[in-house]
Each structure stands twice: as structure tokens, then as C-alpha cells.
Design a protein around this ligand. Structure first.
Ligand code: ADP
Length: 501
């Protein structure tokens, strides 16, 4: 057991870099956060400056340590969690980026994905990776970078260059280039990693024209990722935990066994269901991906998202001015006896799992002269609960696993009315931890288990039990069926609207 009892979690997100120091009780002792610029060179393109990512991350790490009045010598390990899929290439010798990072949101490889689909590759890619051919994932972004300059490919083949997701980039910088590594949760988002072989797949490297010499070594999420050299934090600190943001949140929620699921209620809703040692293929449009088991080793998960969740409340606030602040939605929903027959399908950017109708658009149904702004706000909250229930039902149907509890985090999970409705609609309990920073906590948990700060995953879970809120289902069968069947009708109407052109 280490005498050092703190963990430094680095949470590298899409719009900001954060660093949180956790103590052995899993409490956040200090937090530092820095935003960095989003770069939009052309419509549909989104880039990040890798040096801005590194500088803001290092700066917040130093600041969090200062705020905690700790020196790096008190820190047992660093855990890293990161925005997934975002990819960059750097020069191994100098550590300098070759170009800006291409962000997960970037759509520049849409044509490449269409061509691969037209050539009939999707089923095979899906069987190997659990993913679909979409610009979202790293593989076609790497191919695009290599195709953008003929000189790069030769250098890549000669082993002069390194490619990586943001975790790899931070590890390379922290170790001054000594370690080029990633973990399975990040690797499984690249379109290059074979899910069940748990290794880079030569057939996929060949398909996308990516030389093996570019790729990082894949190491277990809890384990040895090298040592941050002394010049960065004042003393050497081992890097001992790495996971992509959603998988880190799953681990931080204690969902390291089959059947445990979490939902992050943010701008969108992100659900993951741990399926244990089995990689479950989806027939309902979900992704199969890797997750962490109780030791931080390899497990599998089904992943599904609702594109618009909290963003619908944001739109009612900023677009229509119906409320001043998102938390006001709770009182407005509560003020009504029922939803007045109003349903809001917020398909602003199409419908995702399990409907997959990209041409769907938002739809409000059931309006009468008596419909008030409270009804619209309530309908936006209800939509989050129904959308979540649809994705969870698809996960259960794909996996044959019955979930017994949903663990929640994210901004909108603070809405008690919504969480009660969620429990009622699912007819299972909903549990919200006291600390909703589950992403950073998950990275800290992996690093702390690897270095003995926590003897086991249950020691780590034990520290978080206190202060959790639990919502027990209390709605009768008839009322639940009435609500969900009306929601189904509304979604069918939105799909019809998209298709009946
Ligand atoms: P992200 O990380 O995706 O930016 P957050 O987890 O910070 O999102 O959650 C913010 C989202 O949740 C916003 O879209 C906001 O409208 C919504 N939200 C925040 N608080 C509440 C609340 N109390 N009730 C309902 N929605 C909320």
C-alpha cells in the first residue's frame, strides 16, 4: 500500500481541460479548469490546437495541486480521462504536432465513409470493431491526415511519426516522449481495434491505409503508463489509469459488472451498459465498445445516445425565452398535475438509437388552447426520460440483460422531478451519487486501484456510497403504459413526417 493518498485526475474535455485532486475518501479536494479555443477552419470541420490542450491541461494540474496545498510528492498517481475519438499526429523525435487535432465532431471524412459503405465494408467493420462507418470515429481522420500530404505517409511508414487520441498525446507529453500508449476504451473508438482480439486489426489498418508503426501500444486501463517527468509537476508521478470519458464515468459510477448501466444527462444523454466479458453485437443500432472490469481490465459495454436531452431545455430557455435558468424547469414541471397530453420529440438533428431517422426533426404534438409554457417545459423533461428508456430497452433486448438500477450523472441529473419520472418510466430505481464528477472520479479510481490507494474496486465504491440519492419507482403500470404509449405515438409521427416527403 502506498503512503501517498491523493490522486490527480486529468479530465481533458472538448471545450476545457480540468484537473481534480481526489483524496482517499474519493472527495474532490480541489478543481481547476481552463477553456481552450475551438477552431472551425471550414463548415463541418472542428479542430483543436494540441499545444493548447497540453498547456491548459498542465496548467490546471499545477493549479489543482497548489489549491489542494499539496505537492506532487503527495500524489500516488495520475489518472487520465479524455474526450474520445479526437485524433492527432506528432513527430516522435521532437514531440511536435504535425497538424491540429481533428475533433470527434468533425465531418470532413463523410465522403470517405460513404465510399467505404458503398464498397460493402460496413458489416465487416461493425463485426470487428462494434462501430459503424461514421466520421465520428478516429480511423478515417487518421487516413485523412495521411492523405493530406504524401510526405507524411513515407515518414509514418518509417516510424518517425506517432498517432494518438488525446490520452496518448497527454501521456507522450507528460513522459517527454518516453511512452506512446493508449488503453482499450480509447482504442475501441478508432475503427482500427478488434474488439474481441483486443488488438489492432491488420485488416482494418489495411482497409484505411494506416501503418502499424504509427499506433500506440494498448495497455490495460489500470496499470503502468509511464511516469510524468519531474519538470512538469515538480516531482515524478506515475500515470496509472486511463479511460475515455464515457467509460471513465461508467467506472466512476461503479458499473464494472455485467448488468450495471449509467446515463449521463448533459447536452445529449449518453448511456452505457456493462455486458461483462461478452462483446454483445447490436441489432438495434447501438455501438459495442470496451469498458473496464473491477480491476480496470477489459470488459465490454453497449453504448447508445440520445442526441438532444438537456439541449431541449436550453432551447426553450435561449431560443424561446420560456425560462430563465435550466433548473427552473423542475418547479415548472411540478406545478402541473399532468402533462396535458403534450409531447415534445426534440429530434433537432434527427433521431438516434433505436429509430435512426436522420431526417426527423423536432415535433410538438397534443397542443390545445390550454397549453402553457409549463407544458412545453415539462414535455422537454419528459422527453429525456422516454428517450433514455428507449435506449435502455434496446440495450436489454440486444444483450438479454435486465438492468435493475440506472445510475445517473450530468447537469440535468440534478433535476429531482426528472429523476423520479425516470425511475417511474423505467420501473427500476435511479441512483445519483453525491459527487456527479463521475468522469474524473472514474479516472482517479483506475489510477488509485492500480497503485494501491484503494485495495479493490469495492473499497473505491465504498467511499462514494455516502450521500447518494435514490429514486424508487412509484407509478402504477397503467399510468406508465399510458405515458410511454403516447410517447411512442409521437415518435412514430415524427418518423412519418421525415419519410412522407
Ligand atoms: P454538457 O457536459 O453536455 O455540456 P452538463 O452535464 O453540464 O452538459 O448539463 C447541462 C445540460 O443540462 C444543459 O443542456 C441544460 O439545459 C441541462 N440542465 C442543467 N440543469 C438542469 C436541470 N436542473 N433540469 C433540466 N435540465 C438541466
Amino acid at each position: 500500500m502506498t503512503q501517498k493518498k491523493h490522486i490527480l485526475a486529468l479530465d481533458q474535455g472538448t471545450t476545457s481541460s480540468r484537473a481534480i485532486v481526489f483524496d482517499a475518501l474519493g472527495q474532490a479536494v480541489s478543481v481547476a479548469q481552463r477553456e481552450f479555443p475551438q477552431i472551425y477552419p471550414r463548415p463541418g470541420w472542428v479542430e483543436h490546437d494540441p499545444d493548447a490542450i497540453w498547456k491548459t491541461q498542465l496548467n490546471t494540474a499545477r493549479r489543482a495541486l497548489r489549491l489542494a496545498k499539496l505537492s506532487a510528492g503527495d500524489v500516488a498517481a495520475i489518472g487520465i480521462t479524455n474526450q474520445r475519438e479526437t485524433t492527432l499526429i506528432w513527430d516522435r523525435a521532437t514531440g511536435k504536432p504535425i497538424a491540429n487535432a481533428i475533433v470527434w465532431q468533425d465531418r470532413r471524412t463523410t465522403e470517405m465513409c460513404k465510399e467505404l459503405k458503398a464498397a460493402g465494408h460496413e458489416a465487416d467493420v461493425q463485426a470487428r470493431t462494434g462501430l459503424v462507418l461514421d466520421p465520428y470515429f478516429s480511423g478515417t481522420k487518421i487516413a485523412w491526415l495521411l492523405n493530406s500530404d504524401p510526405a507524411l505517409r513515407a515518414r509514418a511508414e518509417a516510424g518517425e511519426l506517432a498517432v494518438g487520441t488525446i490520452d496518448s498525446w497527454l501521456i507522450a507529453r507528460l513522459t517527454n516522449g518516453a511512452v506512446h500508449a493508449t488503453d482499450p476504451t480509447n482504442a475501441s473508438r478508432t475503427l482500427l481495434y478488434h474488439l474481441t482480439d483486443a488488438a489492432w486489426d491488420p485488416a482494418l489498418l489495411d482497409l484505411l491505409g494506416v501503418p502499424q508503426a504509427l499506433l500506440p501500444e494498448v495497455r490495460a486501463s489500470a496499470g503502468d503508463f509511464g511516469t510524468a517527468v519531474g519538470e512538469h509537476l515538480g516531482i515524478e508521478v506515475p500515470i496509472a489509469g486511463v479511460a475515455g470519458d464515457q467509460q471513465a464515468a461508467l467506472f466512476g459510477q461503479g458499473c464494472w459488472e455485467a448488468g450495471l448501466a449509467k446515463n449521463t444527462f448533459g447536452t445529449g444523454a449518453f448511456l452505457l451498459l456493462n455486458t461483462g466479458a461478452e462483446a454483445v453485437p447490436s441489432t438495434r443500432g447501438l455501438l459495442t465498445t470496451t469498458a473496464c472490469d473491477a480491476e480496470g481490465g477489459l470488459a465490454y459495454a453497449l453504448e447508445g445516445s440520445v442526441f438532444i436531452a438537456g439541449a431541449a431545455v436550453q432551447w426553450l430557455r435561449d431560443g424561446l425565452g420560456l425560462l430563465d435558468a435550466a433548473p427552473d424547469s423542475e418547479g415548472m414541471a411540478r406545478a402541473l398535475d399532468d402533462n396535458g397530453g403534450v409531447y415534445f420529440v426534440p429530434a433537432f438533428v434527427g433521431l438516434g438509437a433505436p429509430h435512426w431517422e436522420p431526417d426527423a426533426r423536432g415535433m410538438l404534438v397534443g397542443l390545445t388552447r390550454g397549453t402553457s409554457k409549463e407544458h412545453l417545459v415539462r414535455a422537454a423533461l419528459e422527453a429525456m426520460a422516454y428517450g433514455t428508456a428507449e435506449v435502455l430497452a434496446a440495450m436489454e433486448a440486444d444483450s438479454g440483460v435486465e438492468t435493475t438500477e440506472l445510475r445517473v450523472d450530468g447537469g440535468a441529473a440534478l433535476n429531482d422531478w426528472l429523476m423520479q419520472l425516470q425511475a417511474d418510466v423505467l420501473d427500476i430505481p435511479v441512483r445519483r451519487p453525491a459527487l456527479v464528477e463521475t468522469t474524473a472520479l472514474g479516472a482517479a479510481g483506475l489510477a488509485g486501484i492500480a497503485t494501491g490507494v484503494w485495495g479493490s474496486a469495492s473499497d473505491f465504491l465504498g467511499v462514494q456510497e455516502e450521500g447518494a440519492s435514490r429514486y424508487e419507482p412509484s407509478m402504477g403500470e397503467e399510468a406508465r403504459t399510458q405515458l410511454t404509449s403516447q410517447w411512442d405515438r409521437a415518435v412514430r409521427a415524427a418518423v412519418r413526417w421525415a419519410q412522407d416527403v
